[in-house]
Design a binder for this molecule. Sequence first.
Ligand SMILES: [Zn+2]
Length: 221
Amino acid sequence: MTLHQLCIYCGKTANTKEHIPSKQFFKDKSDKPLITVPSCKVCNAGFQKDEDFFRQFYVSMLMARSSVAKKIMDGEISRSILRKPALGHKMFSQMKLIDAYTKSGLYKGKMTMYKVSDTDKIRIDRVVTKIIKGLFFHEFSTTLPEDWIIKIIWITPKVEQEQKLDVMAKQPFWRVIKEDTFAYWVNYVPKSFQSVWLLDFFKIPLFYVLVLDRKTAHEVK
Ligand SMILES: [Zn+2]
């Protein structure tokens, strides 16, 4: 194994290993080793606040659907809310119930949606970008050149209901890091960095991500 000693985020000397995604997502020991990438201390620490928010946000949104998310919620996140009640208040005030319908228009009952402020959206996108850069390095053994565009598409619960994303799980490009916690799907154009990714947390697809060169990104609206 070759040792890559440069931080994949800024190119400076790497002196830490950054987990992709954050180690905090993994509740119990995994059968497989978690993905790590070389990172400098500054970049590693620089993501911390956004990653805390990211985890809190998705764990609270998905705890009704995943026992692992529920475990994290009942443990560390409940404790941090007790320490900082304002945080919990902010989180729960963003929730709202909406009516859900099937594709053919049948009423399916209520479901929880989250209002996301522009600042929150920026933070979440920053974390997803970081994850993609990490997974990209993991897959291609090289850093994604600066001029490539990472285009993130959020999979809302509504989109998820309407599309059969689980079909992708049967395809060979599916990488399961820990069955109940994190998996991703990737497919790419041969001899190019152009790629499509699907990120799945707690068995729920959350993001489609396109990695495109500038020219192609311009054409994809
Ligand atoms: Zn760095």
